[in-house]
Design a protein around this ligand. Structure first.
Ligand code: UT7
Length: 329
């Protein structure tokens, strides 16, 4: 929860592939409509990577922007954490691919998997590693090629997701938003609410698993919706209470971008006006671990987050996982 002096965000950046698919275009190959998608989710379009672009390529674009905005030499980065559920390969890690593509030193690099909460989990973990004094600057990335695990025959899921990446450079000292604390949790009781059935050790790839389309994401949308609102409120309230902060003192909430109706329900439960919530899901869809850093980067570039204001970032995802982070801009 409260970790005393936390890390500073020295720079933030994001990257999305150039291909944009709007709801009208999607409706040509999926039995859906712009009206259904917008009214049920708020999504208007999403970006999709092409066949040659993998998650580490998206991460590379975001990382370069974050490093450039941090204004530090890559020599100073000694830790790379990539949050993703769509790694380039099961192993080695996407973080290792990224480290090499960026031309970093032979620094500690690993992936972290907490689904849509992954980026905030990664911030929590990287901050603790920096606080240990054994690392000085961390590159923390949320990157996803969700299109690689979407089932185009399942209209209840394939209209929801998009591809993209966001990144931050963290340091112990310097100019930039100051992280104040973290609240991460999980409940593994119901893994099949949102999961990828095959491809792991429980159900390795086989002719059957492919025929049954088990390498694609599956979700019980209604149950996830209800859990999402509940756990995001819980994590937010616990974190704010641990810091003796009233929800009304929060200036900006950057929530996981899954569904605008989830964001509205969260705003109601926290009794906060909806205009405190930054949303860009209408242009990106749900980009899983990339959604919060993508939103953070856009809000930063728009100049919405004024120095001294208080921010709350909060996410939920498969697992179920949840995580919240407080930040003083
Ligand atoms: O990052 C975490 C990941 N996931 C989420 O956060 C998703 C959480 N869940 C949700 O956002 C919502 O539950 C959905 C957007 C997935 C679904 O919205 P809903 O209001 O819960 O719809 P529903 O599942 O209750 O389906 C309503 C109707 C059904 O038809 P019937 O049974 O009422 O005749 C569906 O078959 O909408 C139908 N439907 C569609 N119709 C057109 C489902 N998907 C589509 C579609 N286009 N793409």
């Amino acid at each position: 929860m409260s970790t005393g002096e936390c890390s500073v965000i020295l720079g933030v950046g994001s990257f999305v592939p150039s291909k944009v698919v709007d709801n009208a275009e999607l409706s040509k190959k999926v039995d859906t409509s712009d009206e259904w998608i917008q009214s049920r989710t708020g999504i208007q379009q999403r970006h999709f990577a092409d066949d040659q672009e993998s998650t580490s390529d998206l991460a590379l674009g975001a990382a370069r922007n974050a490093i450039s905005n941090a204004g530090i030499s890559t020599d100073l980065i000694d830790l790379v954490v990539v949050a993703t559920i769509t790694p380039d390969m099961a192993f080695p890690s996407t973080a290792c691919q990224l480290q090499h593509k960026l031309g970093l030193g032979k620094v500690a690099s690993f992936d972290l998997e907490a689904a849509c909460s992954g980026f905030l989990y990664a911030l929590d973990v990287a901050d603790a590693m920096l606080a240990s004094g054994r690392y000085r600057h961390a590159l923390v990335v949320g990157a996803e090629k969700m299109s690689s695990i979407m089932d185009w025959k399942d209209r209840t899921t394939c209209v929801l997701f998009g591809d993209g990446a966001g990144a931050v450079v963290l340091g112990r000292k310097g100019k930039g938003p100051q992280l104040l604390g973290f609240q991460s949790g999980a409940d593994g009781a119901n893994p099949t609410l949102l999961y990828q059935p095959a491809g792991g050790s429980k159900a390795p790839a086989s002719k059957n698993s492919i025929e049954n389309r088990e390498h694609f994401l599956r979700m019980n949308g209604r149950e996830i919706f209800k859990s999402a609102v509940r756990v995001m409120e819980m994590a937010s309230r616990q974190l704010l209470a641990a810091h003796d902060i009233d929800p009304a003192e929060v200036d900006h909430v950057i929530p996981h971008q899954a569904n605008v109706r989830i964001v509205e329900s969260l705003a109601n439960r926290l009794e906060l006006p909806i205009d405190k919530f930054f949303c860009n899901l209408e242009r990106h869809g749900n980009t899983s671990a990339a959604s919060i850093p993508l939103a953070l980067d856009e809000a930063t570039r728009l100049g919405i987050l004024k120095p001294g204001q208080l921010g709350l970032m909060v996410a939920f995802g498969a697992g179920l996982t949840w995580s919240a982070t407080l930040v003083r801009f």
